[in-house]
Ligand binder design. Structure first.
Ligand SMILES: [Cu+2]
Length: 124
């Protein structure tokens, strides 16, 4: 009986292992969201992941591919979300690209884009 259970367990592990191996961490959400439009003045960018990652590179570029300087360091630890501060973004289109390493050593890359529109509420 024990032997049968062990064999069944081994078969189950073999069946589920490839699925687990494919379940790499990925970006689940971002602020601003991909494809969204936000009001000028945004100064924080957040990326949420499905598992803890350590982001090793994060670039924010405007429509002319000019890089927006980050005002905060990338965290040195694994975390399910990363937040960085930037100068208040002027109206325009922006692209964020990131590279991160997962706890299993896999390196992942991703990105998203968003637009910033003028703040008509406070515009003079
Ligand atoms: Cu992986």
């Amino acid at each position: 009986m024990k032997r049968i259970k062990a064999a069944a367990l081994a078969a189950l592990l073999m069946a589920t292992a490839p699925v687990a191996a494919l379940a790499h961490a990925k970006m689940t959400a971002s602020k601003p969201a991909d494809g969204s439009t936000v009001v000028a003045g945004l100064a924080e960018i957040e990326i949420d992941f499905s598992a803890p990652l350590r982001v090793s590179m994060l670039h924010v570029r405007d429509a002319n591919k000019h890089e927006v300087a980050l005002k905060s360091e990338l965290p040195a630890t694994f975390a399910p979300a990363v937040k960085v501060n930037v100068e208040a973004l002027a109206p325009g289109n922006y692209e964020v690209s990131w590279t991160a390493v997962a706890e299993d050593g896999h390196v992942m890359q991703g990105g998203f884009a968003f637009s910033v529109k003028p703040d008509t509420q406070t515009a003079k």
